[in-house]
Design a protein around this ligand. Structure first.
Ligand code: DAT
Ligand code: MG
Length: 139
């Protein structure tokens, strides 16, 4: 059964000109692009998107970072795409993310309170349904 996932190229990735490279990797893996839109997040949208992290020490820096520039919001489709994109993205910490992954190849630690790691990917079917509803309510 085909599934969908929400992918974000976060503001660090857009600013560094990596949107095309990240889209290329998603397409090269064989997933189908359903929606691609350059968006500017709002505090309200981010409070929903990152509701699981409200109250954590990195939450405020995370929201500030996500408001620092445009984000490329993507919906991709394919069998096991949720797991498949998490695997393409690599571990949360870009310093230890495996080479070959988006975060491992293209990301690094910067002197910021929040980890800047280029991409977001939904982590479960429940999250993807919730997150696609937040970013693309018409889908
Ligand atoms: P992921 O994006 O791999 O799903 P997450 O949902 O746990 O990771 O966290 C959301 C983002 O918050 C993550 O991409 C980077 C940042 N972050 C997570 N844990 C952090 C930490 N311990 N210190 C600083 N930033 C963190
Ligand atoms: Mg997450």
């Amino acid at each position: 059964m085909s599934e969908r996932t929400l992918i974000l190229v976060k503001p660090d990735g857009v600013k560094r000109g990596l949107s095309g490279e990240i889209l290329r990797r998603v397409e090269a893996k064989g997933y189908v692009l359903v929606a691609v839109e350059l968006r500017t997040a709002t505090p309200e949208l981010l409070a929903e998107h990152y509701s699981e992290h409200v109250g954590k020490p990195f939450y405020e820096p995370l929201v500030e970072f996500m408001l620092s520039g445009p984000t490329l919001a993507i919906v991709a489709e394919g069998e096991r795409v949720i797991e498949g994109f998490r695997s393409l993205a690599g571990a949360t910490d870009p310093t230890s993310a495996a080479p070959g992954t988006i975060r491992g190849d293209l990301g690094r630690q910067w002197p910021t309170k929040v980890l800047q790691n280029l991409v977001h990917g939904s982590d479960s079917e429940e999250s993807s349904a919730r997150e696609i509803g937040i970013w693309f309510p018409s889908l």
